[in-house]
Write a protein that binds this ligand. Structure first.
Ligand code: SF4
Ligand code: SF4
Length: 428
């Protein structure tokens, strides 16, 4: 066992009231969209080529198969290096938007009841279904050859402050959540699917419970309103009181996000891949926090312009929620297939003082590692010590910074430590 689950989970102020009840506003793509191309991607279109919304424009060519689709119709202009929501600079395919949004279904819908498990797995792969909860992991990998799975967990916890997009989508598209969940249950071979929702979300729980009545094997699992309950390991420990080394499959569990199940249902019903995202744009840095539906590849600045603009001259833009998200250096970063939120905050003056050696960061780390020691090892560039302290196990939950009375950016230090460790392993 290489990872421990630390004891700590906290109830955080959610700020969810800012967007909880907001309607989903439709955002129009501007003159161009910029579709992120992760490493190891073959581009399948040429400069000057006309594409439709839904055209396969690129494909991952490493050990995963993930097609990438155009989110607007228009003309391919080329490739540009831009900052990505992960903080890295990567290539983006530029499409000049013709404003027509002409759709071309890249694959035919599929009747999930009639299809075999193998057909469904291959459909999921060709539909490019990736984790919509932030990580963007290709979903078909979890089901391909799945065996001895007893439970499918549908993660609808949404524990990060400010984010309400998942709840909005579930509330609006419950039928699709049910279809996606039932189909994933069939693919997993498990007996039951637990839809995990925070117990404080009484209205949503009642609605989902009513919706799943009569659907064999589907149940709601209420979980505490704590952070980071949506982290896979915390969630699994909460439900099964079990730990695992690398993947939940080791203990017979598959986990998928609720919005991934809904995206899968869209593909099954309509032959639609993920081309638009519903995201929460929230925080005190925007005048009108709201949930939006936005084509993949639209820069954040264009989204903010369309919802009323920033509320301050200077703001901090975070891809994701304030705990796990990554700060961007520009609002040119675009909405990706796994974006679920952009948090925009006014900068707060922070006075950092020296470490008090109080140990709070260590006590609160849900991964059970020692953030302050990792921070020190990073400052000393001591790669051996970083490896020994298992810096790689950090899930970047932000808890160590949140609890630090000295206002030290502990998480950033640990992130740098992880990167140092990765770079050193890559060199070897
Ligand atoms: S961000 Fe900090 S608290 Fe969270 S897992 Fe990493 S080291 Fe632990
Ligand atoms: S919580 Fe902050 S002050 Fe306390 S040990 Fe960790 S880094 Fe130091």
């Amino acid at each position: 066992m290489s990872i421990l689950i630390g004891p700590m989970k906290l109830h955080l102020h959610g700020h969810k009231e800012l967007t909880n009840h907001s309607e989903v506003r439709d955002i129009q793509a501007g003159e161009r969209v910029y579709i992120p191309l992760m490493a190891c991607t073959d581009i399948l279109v040429k400069v000057g080529e006309q594409v439709k919304k839904g055209t396969v424009i690129a494909k991952r060519n490493d050990h995963f198969v993930v097609p990438i689709f155009a989110s607007v119709s228009g003309t391919v202009e080329g490739v540009e290096e831009l900052e990505h929501a992960t903080g890295r600079v990567i290539e983006h395919l530029v499409i000049k938007n013709d404003g027509q949004y002409t759709f071309e279904a890249p694959f035919a819908p599929l009747d999930a009841d009639k299809a075999s498990v193998e057909e469904l797995v291959s459909f999921m792969m060709n539909a490019g279904i990736v984790g919509c909860g932030g990580a963007g992991f290709p979903s078909y990998v979890k089901y391909k050859g799945a065996k001895d799975v007893h439970t499918l967990v549908i993660n609808a916890v949404e524990c990060e402050p400010y984010i309400t997009a998942d709840y909005r989508i579930i509330d609006d598209q419950l039928e699709k959540l049910i279809l996606g969940t039932k189909t994933m249950l069939k693919m997993s071979g498990a007996k039951e699917a637990l839809i995990a929702i925070k117990k404080t979300k009484k209205d949503l729980i009642a609605k989902v419970e009513a919706g799943i009545k009569g659907h064999e094997g589907l149940k709601v699992k209420e979980v505490p309103d704590q952070y980071p309950m949506g982290w896979e390991r915390t969630l699994i420990y909460e439900i099964f009181k079990k730990r695992y080394d690398k993947l939940p499959g080791e203990i017979g569990v598959i986990v998928n996000n609720a919005t991934t199940a809904i995206a899968f249902a869209d593909a099954l019903l309509e032959g639609r891949p993920i081309m638009d995202k519903i995201c929460t744009i929230s925080g005190d840095g925007v005048k009108e926090p709201t949930n939006v539906r936005v084509p993949v590849g639209v820069p954040v600045k264009e989204v903010v312009e369309q919802i009323g603009g920033y509320s301050a001259e200077e703001v901090t833009i975070i891809g994701g929620g304030p705990m796990m998200g990554k700060a961007a250096t520009t609002d040119d970063v675009v909405i990706t297939t796994s974006s679920n939120a952009i948090t925009i905050l006014k900068p707060q003056p922070v006075e950092t003082i020296a470490c008090l050696r109080c140990g709070r960061c260590n006590d609160h780390c849900p991964a059970g590692i020692l953030p302050v020691r990792i921070n020190n090892a990073e400052e000393a560039k001591d790669v051996k010590l970083l490896a020994k302290l298992r810096a790689d196990q950090c899930i970047e939950c932000g808890m160590c910074t949140y609890v630090c009375p000295s206002k030290i950016e502990v998480t950033e230090g640990v992130r740098r430590g992880k990167a140092l460790l990765r770079a050193s392993s890559a060199r070897k």
